[in-house]
Design a protein around this ligand. Structure first.
Ligand code: PLP
Length: 392
C-alpha cells in the first residue's frame, strides 16, 4: 500500500495555507525599498496585536532557537544565574544556551510531562540573589505540557532584577496571551508552528525591564538586539531578512486577525479537547499532566515500538505525525492541532492511529477515537460555535 498523498501533521513545521503560499510566490523585493518597509512595519504591528503588546517586537531571520539564543546572549552576563525549567527537549535547550554563554543555570528538573509549580520558582529566586531571570516554555512541545506563565509573571514582576523569558513558540497563535498584562518580559515565537508560515523566522518582544540590560557587554553579533531595535524602528533590519517569508507571515497574521484571536484560541481549545476524548476512547494515556492546546502527546503501550508505529503511519498512510524525543523516543506519539488545522485534520490523525493500532494487533480500533472526538467536538461547538473568518 502506497499513499496517494502526504499530509504534514507534525507539531512544527505545520501545514501552510494556500493564501500564505501564494503570497510568498512572488518576486523577492529589495529589502530597503519603500514597498518592503511598509510590509515589514505592517507585519510588526500585527505581531504586536498577536502578543497584545506595546513593546518593541523584533523579527529575526532564524529558526525559533535564534530568538532563544538572542535572549540569553543579550540579556544575561557571564556569571549571572537564571532559573531554568527543564521538563523536556526545549527546556534542555535553555540550559544548554545558558552554559554556552557562561550563565549559571539553576535547574528545576521536572519529570517529562509535568508542569512547573510556580511556588518552586519563587523559592529558587528567594534562595539565590544572583538570579537574573526565569527561562521557561509556555508549551513544552516535546511533552505537550503547559506551564502557567501567568503565575510566573506575577512572581517575577515583584523582583526588579529578575526577568521572565517565555518561549511561546507553540503557544502564540494557539492561546490568546496578553504579554504585557501577564508581565512576560521577553516573549518568543517562531514562524513554523501556530503561525502557519514555513520555518525561518523568529519573533522576540522586550519589556523596558529587559531592554535596560542591553547596554551591557554582550557576546552577540548577528543577534545583537540593540542594533535590531534601532533598525526595526525605521522599518529596516540590520541584515538582509527572509523577505518572502515575511510577506508570508504578514498574510498568515492577516488570516488570524480575520478569524479573530479569540476564535482562533477557541478553535484550538475545542480541537485539543476533542483529541483528548479520542485518545481516551482508545484507552491510551496522555503524557502531560496539564496538556497544552496545540499538541497532544500520548503514551504507547510498552509492547509497541513507537518509532515503527510512527514510521508505519508515515510510509503506509502518508500521514506525518511526530514521535518522541530523547528518552521518550519510541514511547510516545504526538498529534498536532496547531495552526492551519481543523477537525477533519484531527480526525485523519486519529483514524491513522486507529489503523496502526489495529494493524499492530492490539485491538480492532477503527472509528472509536474518531467517534469520541467527533462527539466532543459537536457538543463543544454547540455550546459555543466556532466562528470562522469574517463571520459574526
Ligand atoms: C519548535 C520549538 C522551538 C524552536 O525550534 P527551532 O527548530 O529552532 O525553530 C523552540 N521551543 C519550542 C517550545 C518549540 O516548539
Amino acid at each position: 500500500m502506497k499513499p496517494l498523498k502526504e499530509r504534514l501533521m507534525t507539531p512544527g513545521p505545520t501545514p501552510v495555507p494556500e493564501r500564505v503560499l501564494q503570497a510568498m510566490a512572488s518576486h523577492t523585493m529589495y529589502h530597503r525599498s519603500p514597498k518592503f518597509k511598509e510590509i515589514f512595519a505592517e507585519t510588526i504591528e500585527r505581531l504586536k496585536r498577536l502578543f497584545k503588546t506595546e513593546r518593541d517586537t523584533l523579527i529575526l531571520t532564524s529558526s525559533g532557537t535564534g530568538a532563544m539564543e538572542a535572549a540569553v546572549s543579550n540579556l544575561f552576563s557571564p556569571g549571572d544565574s537564571a532559573v531554568v525549567i527543564v521538563g523536556g527537549k526545549f527546556g534542555q535547550r535553555w540550559k544548554e544556551l545558558c552554559e554556552t554563554f557562561g550563565v549559571n543555570p539553576v535547574v528545576i528538573e521536572l519529570e517529562w510531562g509535568k508542569s512547573v509549580n510556580p511556588e518552586d520558582v519563587k523559592k529558587k529566586i528567594e534562595e539565590n540573589r544572583n538570579i537574573k531571570g526565569v527561562l521557561v516554555q509556555i508549551c513544552e512541545t516535546s511533552t505537550g505540557a503547559f506551564n502557567d506563565v501567568k503565575a510566573l509573571g506575577e512572581i517575577t514582576a515583584r523582583y526588579d532584577n529578575v526577568i521572565l523569558v517565555a518561549d511561546g513558540i507553540t503557544a502564540f497563535g494557539v492561546y490568546d496571551i496578553p504579554v504585557d498584562d501577564w508581565n512576560i518580559d521577553v516573549a518568543i515565537t517562531g514562524s513554523q508552528k501556530a503561525l502557519m508560515t514555513p520555518p525561518g523566522l523568529a519573533v522576540i518582544s522586550l519589556s523596558e525591564k529587559a531592554k535596560s540590560r542591553l547596554s551591557r557587554k554582550k557576546w552577540a553579533y548577528y543577534f545583537d538586539l540593540s542594533k535590531e531595535i534601532k533598525n526595526q524602528a525605521k522599518g529596516q533590519t540590520a541584515y538582509t531578512p527572509a523577505v518572502n517569508l515575511i510577506v508570508g507571515l504578514n498574510e498568515a497574521l492577516k488570516m488570524i486577525e480575520e478569524e479573530g484571536l479569540e476564535n482562533v484560541a477557541k478553535r484550538h481549545e475545542i480541537l485539543a479537547k476533542s483529541a483528548r476524548a479520542g485518545i481516551k476512547a482508545l484507552e491510551l494515556e496522555l503524557l502531560p499532566e496539564h496538556p497544552a492546546n496545540g499538541v497532544t502527546a500520548v503514551k504507547l503501550p510498552e509492547h509497541i515500538d513507537g518509532q515503527k508505529f510512527v514510521s508505519w503511519i508515515r510510509d503506509r498512510l502518508g500521514i506525518v505525525i511526530a514521535g518522541g524525543q530523547e528518552h521518550l523516543k519510541g514511547k510516545i506519539f504526538r498529534l498536532s492541532h496547531m495552526g492551519y488545522i481543523d477537525i477533519f485534520d484531527l480526525l485523519t490523525q486519529l483514524e491513522a492511529v486507529e489503523f496502526a493500532l489495529t494493524r499492530m494487533e492490539m485491538y480492532p480500533a477503527y472509528g472509536k477515537a474518531v467517534a469520541a472526538a467527533m462527539e466532543t467536538y459537536i457538543e463543544l461547538v454547540h455550546q459555543s460555535p466556532i466562528k470562522y473568518r469574517g463571520e459574526r
